[in-house]
Design a binder for this molecule. Structure first.
Ligand code: PAF
Length: 279
């Protein structure tokens, strides 16, 4: 695996390839990331991953400084998964001057749900992804569906800027008990880890209520909020939204249930796609 620490090194190495397949990450890699690499591999003539903990997408009180940096094991895992090139710039290499030119995604999508609870988050995500795309110039990029709103935002950005990149959404990778894999799961204590599965369970209960024909979506959401709150969680949202734009659904829409909730000091997110509501 070739490791590039600067944009110049990366570009020089990738000049020999026509169709890079790209997986951007913030490191602390788990099996979910490696599944993205394996999915990307047959889609291009070179498989590129990036590791960059992007300060722009962290709020001042969030975990930028303590975000786990696990360089040696990340490199080992990427090699084993068949990654060809790792782009790992430091902050000076990716942001040599303050990044004052930023991507401001559509507020209709960027300011709801995650964007409501983490203001500016998607400006940070879209800005770094735009910049990484300029560096790698991929023809295809793979993102996990676990970050559902992020995936939608990237698709929208790529469409609006006519970027010649195919965006692939990869199914969420789950532990045996159903917990969505996340770099932040490592923050959970043993007791919290056992409890954490309740988030995906709550989404499942919401989906089952819809599929059983219940039409009062607000009541389904309220019950899910209450269940988790009573178990000691601090939920930000548990909602049923239209898949197309994450707005309030009408009958006939395909739905997705989305959740974000804090368990102790750890904020977890998850989602579950649900089949169409009958009209
Ligand atoms: O999903 C992530 O890990 C990050 O948001 C991304 C896409 C690598 C941008 O920093």
């Amino acid at each position: 695996m070739y490791i590039a620490h600067t944009v110049a090194e990366l570009r020089a190495h990738l000049a020999a390839f026509k169709r890079p397949a790209f997986v951007p990450t913030m490191g602390n890699l788990h099996d979910g990331h490696l599944a993205l690499i394996r999915q990307a591999k047959p889609l291009g003539d070179v498989t590129v991953a990036s590791i960059f903990v992007n300060r722009l997408q962290f709020l001042p009180h969030e975990d930028f400084d303590t975000y786990p940096r696990t360089w040696d094991s990340d490199c080992e895992k990427l090699r084993a998964a068949g990654c060809d090139v790792l782009f790992a710039p430091d902050e000076k290499a990716l942001y040599p001057e303050p990044q004052t030119c930023k991507v401001h995604p559509d507020p209709a999508l960027a300011d709801i749900l995650e964007g409501h609870f983490r203001p500016g988050f998607f400006i940070g995500v879209c800005t770094v992804v735009m910049k990484l795309f300029q560096c790698v110039q991929p023809r295809v990029a793979v993102f996990g569906k676990k970050d559902y709103q992020q995936l939608m935002m990237i698709r929208h950005m790529v469409r609006q800027f006519a970027m010649p990149i195919e965006i692939i959404g990869s199914e969420t990778f789950r532990a045996d008990d159903g917990l969505a894999l996340s770099s932040r799961n490592g923050y959970l204590s043993k007791t919290e880890r056992a409890e954490a599965v309740q988030l995906s369970k709550a989404l499942k209960v919401m989906a089952e209520a819809v599929q059983a024909g219940e039409r009062d979506l607000a009541a389904i959401e309220a019950r899910a909020m209450q269940t988790l709150t009573e178990r000691g969680w601090q939920p930000d949202y548990l909602v049923l939204r239209r898949r197309a734009d994450l707005q309030a659904p009408v009958p006939g829409d395909s739905l997705v249930a989305l959740a974000a909730a804090r368990l102790g000091g750890t904020r977890l997110i998850d989602n579950l796609e649900i089949e169409a509501l009958a009209s």
